[in-house]
Design a protein around this ligand. Structure first.
Ligand SMILES: CC(C)(COP(=O)(O)OP(=O)(O)OC[C@H]1O[C@@H](n2cnc3c(N)ncnc32)[C@H](O)[C@@H]1OP(=O)(O)O)[C@@H](O)C(=O)NCCC(=O)NCCS
Length: 336
C-alpha cells in the first residue's frame, strides 16, 4: 500500500484589512469585546467582484510553486469550502479551468471548518488505494459578502475573515514509518443532531415550497446563525477527544508532537484545549489574531504561515484538529 505526503503549501489573503475599529463603525461592538472574547484583532475581506475561486487560484499557484511540480502532474483537484462561487456546479469545477487544468476530477468537500481535514483524509485514502498520485487540495472562503454586518449579526460577523490555503499531497513510498514524511492518520466525525446550531438556512430546498421568500430575507435567514456557547463547549470537548485518539492510534505522546496546527475559531477555544491537555502554548501556531476564522482555509493557511515563520520544518511532527458546523470534527497526525 502507498502512503501520502504533503509536498508543498501556499496561501493567499485579499489586500483589504478590516480592524475591529472598522467593525465598530458598522455595528455596535468594540475592539475590546472582540479581542477579549475571541482574540481576533483584524481580518481580511475581499473588495469588488473577487470570488472564492479567485482566492483559491492564488493559493494553489503558491502551493504548486512550493511543491516544485509541473501542474500537469496533478491528477485530482479537491476544494473544501462553505462559500462556493455558485450553488452549482461545485467550486472545484469553476477553479479547474482557471488553473489551466482539464479533465482531472474536480471534487467539492462540504464540511465547513473541518473541510480541510476531511479533504486531507479523502486525498490520503485516494492515494493509498492507488487511484491518484498527486492531489491539489485547497480550502478557500469568502465570508465577508455573506454576513449580516449590522448589530443584529455581530455575534457572527466579527469572527470571520476571507482567505485561501492549499497543499499538494503526493504518493510516497514510506520506508521508515516513524521517521519518513507522510500522513500517519486521519480521524473524521460528525453529529448532525447539532446541524441547526451553526447554519445558513436560506436559500435551501429544505424550506418548503420556495427555497427563499421575502419573509426569510426580512428575518435575516440568508445570514449564518450560531449558538455560540454550544459551539464553544463542543469545540473544546471534541477537538480534545479526536486529538487524543489520533495520538493513541499512532502510539504517540503529546510531547512527541513538534507543532499543533488547530482550526482557528476562537483563540480562547485553543487556549482552553491547551490548558486541558497541558500543551505548552508555544507549540500551538495561532493565526486567528490577524485572519479571524477562515473556515476550511484555516489549517492550510496556518501551514503556509508556519513554514514562512520557520515554525514548520522538514521532519516536524504535526497534529491538527478542527471543529465546525455540522457539527463536524476531525484530526490528523503527519510528519512534514
Ligand atoms: C460568539 C462568542 C465569541 C460569544 O461569546 P460569549 O461569551 O458566549 O458571549 P454571549 O453570547 O454570552 O454574549 C454576551 C453579550 O455580548 C453581546 N454580543 C454578542 N456579539 C457581540 C459583539 N460582536 N460585540 C459586542 N457585544 C456582543 C451579546 O448580545 C450579549 O449581550 P447581552 O448579555 O446583553 O445579551 C463565543 O460564544 C464563541 O466564540 N463561540 C464559538 C464560536 C465559534 O467558534 N464559531 C465558529 C465555529 S467553527
Amino acid at each position: 500500500m502507498y502512503n501520502s505526503e504533503i509536498i508543498g503549501c501556499g496561501h493567499f489573503v485579499p489586500e483589504q484589512v478590516i480592524t475591529n475599529h472598522d467593525l465598530s463603525k458598522m455595528m455596535d461592538t468594540t475592539h475590546e469585546w472582540i479581542v477579549q472574547r475571541s482574540g481576533i484583532e483584524e481580518r481580511h475581506w475581499v473588495t469588488g467582484d473577487v470570488s472564492t475561486t479567485d482566492l483559491a487560484l492564488k493559493a494553489c499557484e503558491d502551493a504548486i510553486k512550493s511543491a516544485g511540480i509541473d501542474k500537469k502532474e496533478i491528477d485530482c483537484l479537491m476544494f473544501a469550502t462553505l462559500s462556493p462561487d455558485f450553488d452549482f456546479p461545485g467550486a472545484a469545477c469553476i477553479l479547474q479551468p482557471k488553473l489551466g487544468l482539464s479533465e482531472i476530477p474536480a471534487i467539492d468537500v462540504r464540511q465547513q471548518c473541518s473541510g480541510f481535514l476531511y479533504g486531507m483524509s479523502m486525498a490520503d485514502a485516494f492515494i493509498k488505494v492507488g487511484q491518484y498520485k498527486t492531489i491539489l487540495l485547497v480550502g478557500a472562503e469568502i465570508h465577508s459578502k455573506g454576513m449580516d454586518k449590522t448589530t443584529r449579526g455581530r455575534d457572527v460577523s466579527v469572527l470571520f475573515g476571507d482567505g485561501a490555503g492549499a497543499v499538494v499531497i503526493r504518493r510516497k513510498e514510506v520506508k521508515d514509518k516513524a521517521k519518513d514524511s507522510h500522513i500517519f492518520s486521519t480521524h473524521l466525525f460528525a453529529d448532525g443532531a447539532f446541524a441547526k446550531d451553526l447554519w445558513l438556512e436560506s436559500p435551501g430546498m429544505g424550506n418548503g415550497p420556495e427555497r427563499i421568500t421575502v419573509a426569510d430575507l426580512e428575518a435575516g435567514k440568508q445570514y449564518p446563525q450560531m449558538n455560540g456557547k454550544k459551539v464553544f463547549a463542543n469545540a473544546v470537548r471534541r477537538m480534545a477527544e479526536c486529538l487524543i485518539l489520533a495520538l493513541d492510534t499512532n502510539k504517540l505522546k503529546l510531547e512527541d508532537i513538534d507543532l499543533f496546527l488547530f482550526h482557528q475559531a476562537n483563540l480562547r477555544i485553543n487556549q482552553m484545549l491547551a490548558q486541558e491537555l497541558k500543551i505548552p502554548e508555544e507549540k500551538i501556531f495561532n493565526t486567528i489574531q490577524k485572519f479571524g476564522n477562515t473556515t476550511a482555509a484555516t489549517i492550510p493557511m496556518g501551514m503556509s504561515e508556519a513554514v514562512k515563520a520557520g515554525k514548520l520544518k522538514k521532519g516536524s511532527l504535526v497534529a491538527s484538529a478542527a471543529f465546525g458546523s455540522g457539527f463536524t470534527w476531525a484530526s490528523a497526525v503527519y510528519r512534514w
